[in-house]
Design a protein around this ligand. Structure first.
Ligand code: ZN
Length: 322
């Protein structure tokens, strides 16, 4: 792992054309791109361990779960937004925006799809198999919890593995769409090269190249409104999904937030509800979080290190493999 990455470049938000892009190509481990966490908080860990051992934990995960799998976060532990993600209004509002989205997404897909679950995903699946978890809710769209063996994962922001037609509702798999795009755009990936992969699996491409891209069309209605089944920034989480999440929280004894700075309201509202209902909240993530003061315990540490230890402590003999 390269420990010589420029910390200043990573800490700076991208402000527009001409700014230096953050160094996010390839596997990114925030442990190596930021000052390491301070001394491990053993006292805080003991509180976390006892909380999880009591079972009926609702696990809520964010982008920090997947950084050790090479999928970068929109925001670093410094809380700065690094890239400007696709906005919902922009995507539904113009064919050009969709063409740009699909050109970039096509170029990043194979690398995104190649990401593998890390030890933190495996530990969450292990806690679930040990019967300690009431539910797993994720803000991530990468499907890595499921690939690590977790079941009934509630995907708050949808999944990049699915595509849906906004006009007629026809569902398709992303794999299928990728295969159409590969046929329709021979040589495009070579021209696109190896740009910077972003959290939603796309890469940065020059506009001239984007304009040559043949975007996907719906096989049923022929329209060009195919959208990955994810909630873009500025979009909203479908109501039934929110209701299911609150139901899970209702049945749970505590809330465990993993790898989220809680700056996205769609996740933060569960912390507020848990606090309102007098349920203990634990947060394990790198860096600052919103809602400081509410959690009964907050650990600034690496998930792929602390969660396997947690699993071993609360479920001795548990199998890490799925
Ligand atoms: Zn359609």
């Amino acid at each position: 792992m390269d420990r010589t990455l420029d910390l200043r470049a990573l800490g700076e938000p991208v402000t527009g054309a001409g700014s230096t892009p953050p160094l996010l190509d390839g596997p990114v481990d925030l442990a190596h791109t930021l000052p390491p966490p301070g001394p491990f908080d053993e006292e805080g860990y003991a509180v976390l361990r006892d909380l999880v051992a009591e079972s009926r934990v609702l696990v809520l995960t964010g982008a920090g779960m997947s950084t050790a799998s090479g999928i970068p976060d929109y925001r670093g532990p410094d809380g700065q937004r690094r890239v400007r993600p696709m906005q919902h209004g922009e995507f539904v509002g113009s064919s050009e925006a969709r063409q740009r989205y699909w050109a970039r997404a096509f170029s990043g897909w194979e690398r995104f799809a190649a990401a593998r679950p890390n030890a933190a995903h495996a530990a969450v699946a292990g806690l679930q198999r040990a019967g300690l978890v009431e539910g797993v809710i994720t803000q991530n769209v990468d499907g890595l919890h499921q690939r690590a063996g977790a079941t009934d994962v509630l995907e708050l922001h949808g999944s990049l593995g699915r595509v849906v037609c906004l006009d007629c509702g026809e569902p398709t798999t992303r794999e299928q769409v990728h295969s159409w795009l590969t046929d329709a755009n021979p040589g495009f990936d070579r021209l696109a090269g190896a740009g910077e992969v972003r959290p939603d699996g796309d890469v940065v491409l020059p506009e001239e190249l984007v304009r040559t891209f043949r975007a996907p069309r719906c096989l049923v209605c022929g329209g060009d409104a195919l959208k990955p089944d994810v909630v873009f920034f500025g979009g909203s989480v479908p109501k039934p999904v929110v209701e299911r999440a609150f139901d899970l929280l209702e049945r749970s004894r505590s809330l465990l937030v993993l790898g989220s700075s809680l700056r996205v309201m769609s996740g933060y509202r569960f912390v507020r509800r848990a606090a309102r209902d007098g349920k203990p909240v634990a947060v394990v993530t790198r860096g600052e979080t919103r809602g400081d003061g509410e959690p009964v315990v907050q650990l600034d540490c690496l998930l792929d290190q602390v969660l396997p230890r947690l699993l071993a402590d609360v479920a001795p003999g548990a199998d890490l493999a799925s």
